[in-house]
Design a protein around this ligand. Structure first.
Ligand code: E4P
Length: 222
């Protein structure tokens, strides 16, 4: 299973990558807007992320017509080979996915909220599909059951589109995504940080180190 960080924050990306567990990055217009402060512009931010991460970086189009999405996608793709273009799950988005597939530009269909949408974006040629589990949970629907259903359907028909579990809010989303067999979970750094924590690990290490301190130091020469 791959872990992507859902952030455009350089400090978070650098820290996450240093842990050896980050396989890629996803962003959206909201996340990018938070980082365009001071002298940082979109291009410099994207270049910095691409320098840090050896994996796909999803950048989202903000056009709404398919022709404009395709033109925007071509410009985004020029920023780096690892750029994946995020396309909204709309009719215009489907048309753009089809054209971009023919041009060998990797795409990530975003804002997927149903199995039928997941099938349609896959048929149109999406490289990745991003169902948003947290936003479904927010409206009292079961986000993870959508992931189970999409996994089943994609497996039923040998669909190669990769499932990115998105809108992840807590570590249980990540565990459940892994158990279901989702290809990728993309998560905020705050969630990523929590995945490694366990109180029994902290307690156990504390005890080991305390016992080590009690040993006569002359016995520890090596
Ligand atoms: C995915 O690619 C999106 O950027 C993201 O997961 C949205 O998460 P949110 O619902 O927490 O904003």
């Amino acid at each position: 299973m791959k872990f992507f960080l859902d952030t455009a924050n350089i400090a978070e990306i650098e820290e996450g990558v240093s842990w050896g567990c980050v396989d890629g990055i996803t962003t959206n217009p909201t996340l990018i807007s938070k980082e365009l402060v001071g002298n940082t512009n979109f291009k410099t931010l994207v270049k910095r992320i691409l320098d840090i991460v050896d994996g796909p970086l999803s950048l989202e189009v903000t056009s709404t017509s398919s022709d404009a999405m395709v033109e925007e996608a071509k410009r985004l793709k020029k920023l780096g080979d690892n750029v994946v273009v995020k396309i909204p799950t709309t009719v215009e988005g489907l048309k753009a996915l089809k054209v971009l597939k023919a041009r060998n530009i990797d795409t990530n269909a975003t804002l997927v909220f149903s199995v039928n949408q997941a099938i349609m974006v896959a048929k149109a040629g999406a490289t990745y599909a991003s169902p948003f589990v947290g936003r479904l949970d927010d409206i009292s629907e079961d986000g993870m059951s959508l992931i189970e259903d999409i996994r089943d359907v994609y497996d039923n028909y040998n669909i190669e589109t990769k499932i990115i579990v998105a809108s992840v809010r807590h570590p249980i989303h990540v565990r459940d995504a892994a158990l279901i067999g989702a290809d990728i979970a993309t998560m905020p750094f705050e969630v990523f940080k929590k995945l490694i924590n366990h109180p029994k690990t902290d307690e156990g290490l504390k005890r080991f180190l305390a016992d080590w301190q009690k040993i006569d130091k002359s016995k520890l020469v090596f």
